[in-house]
Design a protein around this ligand. Structure first.
Ligand SMILES: NC(=O)c1ccc[n+]([C@@H]2O[C@H](COP(=O)([O-])OP(=O)(O)OC[C@H]3O[C@@H](n4cnc5c(N)ncnc54)[C@H](O)[C@@H]3O)[C@@H](O)[C@H]2O)c1
Length: 384
């Protein structure tokens, strides 16, 4: 099996590493030689560290690296069985690249895109044989993150979907299948983790440190939302939020927050900038949370209710199966529990009550309860 990877940035480099680790011949192509040089350096370092840690045998690092051919000309994709594209997130550029890929590769070569936010159908439409195009969405860093979302476009054939899923499963990843809608599963369902926390901050209900404390210590998330946003980058997180909001025809549920926009504009991008919601300068004091249990629980109940509503709504719109929605959030972003399983635990009726209380208070569409939750509460049903 010969695997092509297009784009040697953060994602392409990681995907090439995985494919070569599983024994495939890999062709990694980037228009910029400097990107390939950096990828080579980065991979050598990572693989050497894996040898040190005993994760791979001595010599295996060189063997893996030796299986990755680095090129600046896509012609080297001749004979590839699959090409996974991970270049800049721009529809016009991706479309023109897919047209070229189709000319170079054979008819049965799968053409996959790692896009986070573009429509797979729109990318596939640039190909004559669109049924072999599919979305394969890895998470960053690709070699470490277990989850991969597989996105069949309306043009994608069942055979393409199955072959793509089988291949990615053989790389010991957990795959979930999702409809070709904005944000797929993870980037859609996770929105309230950031959005509702920002709303609580903007309303002055609690400060950054307190919200982070509540979500981490009381709810069991690995990181509080503001720590996580600083880690992801407030510029990156803001763009994802705005893209999802726009792509959903401005559904108020996904409305971005000015706080985040201003941080992004000011260059307060988080860890990488030394400043975000927190100050990362040497010797800077971390603010103390107001560790009031009742306030903390109020924050948790509100954010978790909004997350559950989002997960339930994704099921309502048949974006993915309930199992895949829960797996996506536990394995893709390390949530402490699957959101639908969590809903069962809290009680669907309680979730509906919490959402209705928010709706009554604000009279905003943002807080509308998903029909599926309301129906289930009436019928006394559970997800599992
Ligand atoms: N970074 C993430 O967290 C993440 C996670 C999941 C998916 N994605 C998606 O993966 C894709 C790549 O993201 P990234 O963060 O790795 O980007 P990146 O900027 O790190 O790397 C992109 C690479 O593509 C190269 N490139 C650009 N145009 C090209 C072309 N026409 N032909 C060949 N190479 C070209 C660039 O030189 C660069 O090296 C995007 O679609 C992004 O939305 C990113």
């Amino acid at each position: 099996m010969k695997v092509g990877v297009l784009g040697a940035g953060s994602m392409g480099c990681g995907i090439a590493q995985i494919a070569a680790t599983f024994g495939h011949q890999v062709v990694l192509c980037d228009t910029k030689q400097v990107a390939l040089d950096n990828a080579h350096k980065k991979l050598s370092k990572i693989l050497a560290r894996l040898v040190e840690k005993g994760r791979i045998e001595a010599g295996e690092d060189q063997a893996i690296l030796g299986r990755i051919e680095m090129v600046t000309d896509m012609q080297a994709y001749t004979g590839c069985n699959i090409v996974i594209e991970a270049i800049i997130e721009n529809l016009d550029i991706k479309k023109s690249v897919f047209q070229k890929l189709e000319d170079i590769t054979g008819d049965d070569c799968i053409l996959a895109t790692n896009t986070s936010s573009l429509s797979v159908a729109a990318i596939a439409a640039s190909c004559q044989k669109a049924d072999r195009v599919v979305g394969i969405h890895f998470f960053n860093p690709a070699p470490l993150m277990k989850l991969v979302e597989i996105i069949p476009a309306i043009q994608t054939s069942q055979a393409t979907l199955e072959q793509a899923r089988t291949l990615i499963n053989s790389w010991k990843k957990l795959t979930v299948v999702t409809k070709d809608t904005p944000g797929f599963i993870v980037n859609r369902v996770a929105r309230p983790f950031y959005g509702e926390s920002l709303r609580i901050l903007e309303e002055g209900i609690a400060d950054v440190a307190t919200i982070d404390w509540a979500m981490k210590e009381l709810a069991g998330f690995r990181m509080g939302p503001f720590t996580l946003m600083d880690y992801i980058g407030n510029d990156v997180n803001y763009i994802v939020t705005e893209t999802v909001f726009t792509a959903f025809y401005y559904d108020p549920r996904y409305k971005p927050a000015f706080t985040q926009k201003r941080l992004s504009e000011a260059g307060y991008w988080g860890r990488k900038a030394g400043k975000g919601y927190y100050d990362y300068a040497e010797g800077a004091q971390k603010p103390e949370p107001n560790a009031d249990k009742a306030l903390g629980q109020q924050i948790v109940d509100r954010v978790v209710a909004m997350l559950i509503n989002e997960a339930a709504d994704a099921l309502f719109w048949q974006i993915a199966s309930k199992e895949d929605i829960d797996t996506a959030m536990t394995k893709g972003v390390n949530y402490p529990k699957g959101l639908l399983a969590w809903a069962d635990e809290i009680g669907i009726e309680t979730c509906v009550e919490r959402l209705d209380t928010l709706y009554e208070e604000y009279r905003e569409d943002r807080y509308r309860c998903s029909p599926i939750l309301r129906r289930m509460a009436k019928a006394g049903q559970t997800f599992y």
